[in-house]
Design a protein. Sequence first.
Length: 301
Amino acid sequence: MTARPPRERGFALLLVIWVLAILAVVAAGFAAGTRSETRLARNLLEAAEARALAEAGVARATASLLEVDPRARWSAEGTPRRMSFDGGDIQVRIEDEDGKIDLNLAPTELLSGLCAELALSDDACAGLAAGVAARRRAAAAAAAAPRGAPVPRFGAPAATPDRQDAAFTTIEELRQLPALDAASFARLRPFVTVYAQSERIDPAVAPREVLLALPGVDPGEVERLLAARAAAAQTLAPLPPLTGAEAYVAPGQLHAATIIAAARSAAGASFTQRSVIALTGQPLTPVQVLEWRQEIEGAAE
């Protein structure tokens, strides 16, 4: 057998080395891709777990609002309630829409008072008042135009106007007002609504900022009311009045509420679910979902 020249043997060795190098690069790329896909799958699973926890929090809060015994219902004035499940943590808040200022019906002086309480700029306050008034005039003109019979909304009587004629159908429509910047909208958003269906607010569930926005209200009486409200959570005792603000407040019965559930899974993934529900009073469909969205931090910025 004839031996190969040294030059051929060296070329063959070099070829083998190159092939091994290429195979090593391919194997490394495959391994990296596998690790990335595994990490992505794990992140998706953890996100799904956090989302499931948040949705479970919304479901539990909704069920509490359907309790026959008032003492068994969760507070609807925005007080956080914590729960744990499967190693995860859920914080739930229920906000009765009757405790907020209705963009479609509330007197404009309530909105002006809220602007002042939140220390918004003069331009933002003036733009808010003018923009809301203009949209209300346009909505009134649209409602006066001939059309078909109104459609009742979330179990309301047939005489209730259809929300298609409302000045605002969502809170986010405030962003369309030119003078209202993103920061001002973010400040206003927790305290205004389109679901209260009332010119007045319910002092039993209104947040401090809304109560202090009432024209002529005594801040000391507001603090006493808040203290009495906390003490009466289980006893259902009557609350002290707000002297001078009678024209802007009225007791209400919960019919629509915002539920915010912020969840963190055992692995550290987080998800916040915001929903607005209406209590219809119908045995077969006691709850109607009006809004259902993921709450993204900083979305209004």
